[in-house]
Design a protein around this ligand. Structure first.
Ligand code: PHE
Ligand code: FE
Length: 288
């Protein structure tokens, strides 16, 4: 009963679109210390690993290690750069609500931050993942347009009962994407940049596959939420991603309904294999 009351009390001010004012006064000194530690640590790991667009976006936001950012400050920087806004939410929101926000260039950010004992891993997005992972690339015009288009595409996919296909695209690009640059492979996926272990593993481990981006291939590939990825898909530019996803997906979804799901660690015919994974240390359980 007590726990229930606490949760309700914490989120008694949610609006119908699931947004709320960022309850800044509720952050404790422990919360700010968690932010500082994660911010410093990832900054070290991401030098030479994250793509330039991410690092430039992070710098441009004006977020610092000193305290959890005020979402209005982030919105000011975003508005000037690309017209995006940050809105605070209590946690994961329903799909239609999420897509509706993206389509309107509003990015929902979970207001609360993980506890000190969850530094390396937690199952759901928190403020660190959402801000540090997702918001820097919203400073990039091409990526910002991609995210808005994804929101519109999500609303459409819901109507067409095709969200399972489109969700894989989000997973293998927005969350776990790699990009090829003149200096080598770099990270842009938010699930990687906000993870200590995976930011090293995805580039340096021989275990996972690294495969050239292929829209249809990705949309029939399974994935796992609870381990490092077995395959990463590599784009050459954000423009490539935006252009590949510009067509109407309706005929794609019809085709996909006829294709079997590819297990996340498999290599299939037609793959542009940049690195064939050694599969060492792989969790043998099938994809979720
Ligand atoms: N063009 C896609 C459609 O018609 C929408 C989309 C855009 C999906 C960008 C993903 C990313 O459904
Ligand atoms: Fe995310």
């Amino acid at each position: 009963m007590q726990a229930q009351a606490l949760v309700d009390d914490r989120h008694d001010d949610i609006r119908p679109d699931y947004t709320m004012a960022q309850p800044y006064g509720r952050y404790t000194s422990v919360d700010h210390a968690v932010w500082r530690k994660l911010f410093e640590r990832q900054g070290d790991f991401l030098k030479g690993r994250a793509c330039d667009e991410f690092l430039a976006g992070l710098a441009g936001l004006g977020a610092t290690k000193d305290h959890i950012p005020h979402f209005e400050r982030l919105t000011e920087a975003l508005m000037k750069a690309t017209g995006w806004q940050i809105v605070a939410v209590p946690g994961l929101v329903p799909d239609d609500v999420f897509f509706g926000h993206l389509a309107a260039r509003r990015f929902p950010v979970t207001w609360w931050i993980r506890k000190p004992e969850q530094m390396d891993y937690l199952q759901e997005p928190d403020a660190f993942h959402d801000i540090y992972g997702h918001v820097p690339l919203l400073m990039n015009p091409v990526f910002g347009d991609y995210m808005q288009a994804y929101g519109e595409g999500g609303l459409k996919a819901l109507k067409q009962n095709a969200l399972n296909y489109l969700a894989r695209l989000y997973w293998y690009t927005v969350e776990f994407g790699l990009i090829r640059t003149k200096d080598g492979l770099r990270i842009y996926g938010s699930g990687i940049v906000s993870s200590r272990g995976e930011s090293i593993y995805c580039l340096e481990s021989p275990a996972p596959n690294r495969i050239g981006f292929d829209l249809m291939r990705i949309m029939h590939t399974g994935y796992r939420l609870d381990t490092f990825q077995k395959s990463y898909f590599v784009i050459d530019s954000f423009q490539e991603l935006f252009d590949a996803t510009r067509p109407d997906f309706t005929p794609y979804y019809e085709q996909l309904r006829k294709l079997p799901q590819v297990p996340s660690g498999d290599i299939i015919e037609g793959d542009r294999v940049l690195h064939r994974g050694t599969r060492e240390g792989w969790d043998p359980r099938p994809d979720a």
